[in-house]
Design a protein around this ligand. Sequence first.
Ligand code: GSH
Length: 232
Amino acid sequence: MMKLFFSLGPNPEKVAFLLEELGVAYELVPVDTFKGEQHGAPFRAVNPNGKTPALIDGPTTMFDSTAILLYLAEKHGKFLGAVEDRGQLLSWLMFVASGLGPFSGQAVHFRRMAPQPQEYAVNRYRRELMRHYQVLEDHLVGKDYVVGGVFTIADISAWGWVARAEFALGEGALQPYPNLQAWMARIVARPALALAKEKGANLPLKRDFDEETMRALFPQNYPLEAGSAAAS
Ligand SMILES: N[C@@H](CCC(=O)N[C@@H](CS)C(=O)NCC(=O)O)C(=O)O
């Protein structure tokens, strides 16, 4: 059975969402990133980049949510949209992977996690994230889904971070973007998403955000420990 290495976060949740849409059997393997398990040798052997998600499917091991979404959609021949829209599908997947995702992550980091207030960084990432929302907002005029009028992995990929808009920017973050809100309502109504969320929520993962968690997630705030995986 496929193994999905999972923690609670947008990137692993996207893959669980797709697996539920596909209706294939898979095992969720918890990687407790709040305890630093992503830096340990057993997980690094699966994902040398030390982040979730990763997937093992028979002889194939892979990491990065976008790579895994493409792999699974191609394997099952589903949620790729029409062949003539493949360029659009790849474009929007990369828009999320290289823009919406990283800018969301940094917006969260500097607004909520940085040890000292960093006004410049907060503004930089907030405005860039809002610019990405506006790009999607304009693209979605008259469209139900991101690519070709059908539900694809581009919707799954964008959902992961748009779902956390308020976490990144604060209450009412999506208010200026009515098309994005309407699209979001279509995505969150999908039964597969509820199933994926429920399975994730039942895993025994640490929830307390304490000193151990700060060290695990933001090792740059602490002195390098020679030879540690986090230092590499
Ligand atoms: N580009 C990667 C990003 C993966 C990522 O940042 N995963 C987060 C969870 S959403 C993680 O593992 N965080 C733990 C850490 O950074 O130590 C992807 O799309 O899979």
